[in-house]
Design a binder for this molecule. Structure first.
Ligand code: ADP
Ligand code: MG
Ligand code: MG
Length: 254
């Protein structure tokens, strides 16, 4: 069973007026098969955590460790992280002009599996996954994220997750901007992957509503660049009722 371990992670970002520490000692362990929700106010550093684990060059690790089954993730290139079984669904997926969805998915699957998927089974696999996510098959020939609506971009992120079968998936506000129907379809996709028992999921969210569809095993409150409280699903109910204010007053938030 794969285990992602984050220990005392400190991360800074270069701003115009110098370097600024965003993550201030994050500790978290995610095992394959588990679903963790990270909930926190805007600007608390949730996306910074996701990008740092994924290897975005804008973020400088100034302390701590991230390991996957004991292997140093921070030493790996972005490609190596993906091949090791890590996946990031971005809060703001990027457009890739000139690259079709079908090409992008096949190239990604080839890189991660180490060989090109057999064309016949692959086409079927993609078609079925798209149908389950209520995506028009015509999407396969469109350029990645170009002109996609917010909901279409998020479905495309989950499509990648379903096809690439990561060991550890980080979903950064995959629920944001979705109407209730799209939220349900996207959540069903996440739950299908979860039901395999093969994925550990870090579900980052600002709102509690996605947790009605995807029930987390663990809930963590993120404020001021670190986890300030951890508990079970009942912690989400408390947040729903009381909000984040109790965690952000007294200058805890950045
Ligand atoms: P969240 O996802 O919780 O809303 P972010 O991780 O996006 O929070 O941002 C945390 C803080 O770090 C914010 O104050 C944000 O402005 C700052 N920040 C994040 N990324 C960058 C960046 N690339 N350049 C400058 N500041 C950044
Ligand atoms: Mg934000
Ligand atoms: Mg964010």
């Amino acid at each position: 069973m794969a285990t992602l371990e984050i220990r005392d992670l400190h991360v800074s970002v270069e701003a115009d007026n110098g370097s600024r520490e965003i993550l201030k000692g994050v500790d978290l362990t995610v095992k394959q098969g588990e679903t963790h929700a990270i909930m926190g106010p805007n600007g608390s550093g949730k996306s910074t955590l996701a990008y740092s684990i994924a290897g975005h060059p804008k973020y400088t690790i100034t302390g701590g460790t991230v390991t996957l089954d004991g292997e140093d993730v921070l030493e790996m290139s972005v490609d190596e992280r993906a091949r090791a079984g890590m996946f990031l669904a971005m809060q703001y997926p990027v457009e890739v002009p000139g690259v079709s969805v079908s090409n992008f998915l096949r190239t990604s699957a080839t890189a991660i599996r180490g060989e090109a998927p057999k064309l016949r089974t692959w086409v079927k696999e993609v078609k079925e996954a798209m149908a389950e996510l209520h995506m028009d098959p015509a999407f396969a020939e469109r350029n990645v994220n170009e002109g996609f609506s917010g909901g279409e971009k998020k479905r495309h992120e989950i499509l990648q997750m379903e096809l690439l079968k990561p060991k550890i998936a980080i979903l950064d506000e995959t629920d944001s901007g979705l109407d209730v129907d799209a939220l349900r379809v996207v959540s069903e996709g996440v739950n299908r992957v979860r039901a395999t028992g093969e994925v550990g999921t870090l579900l980052i969210t600002h709102y509690t509503r996605i947790l009605r569809y995807i029930q987390p095993d663990h809930v963590h409150v993120f404020a001021g660049g670190r986890i300030v409280e951890s508990g079970g699903p009942e912690l989400a109910d408390k947040l729903e009722a009381e909000g984040y204010e109790q965690y952000t007053k007294g200058g805890v938030a950045s």
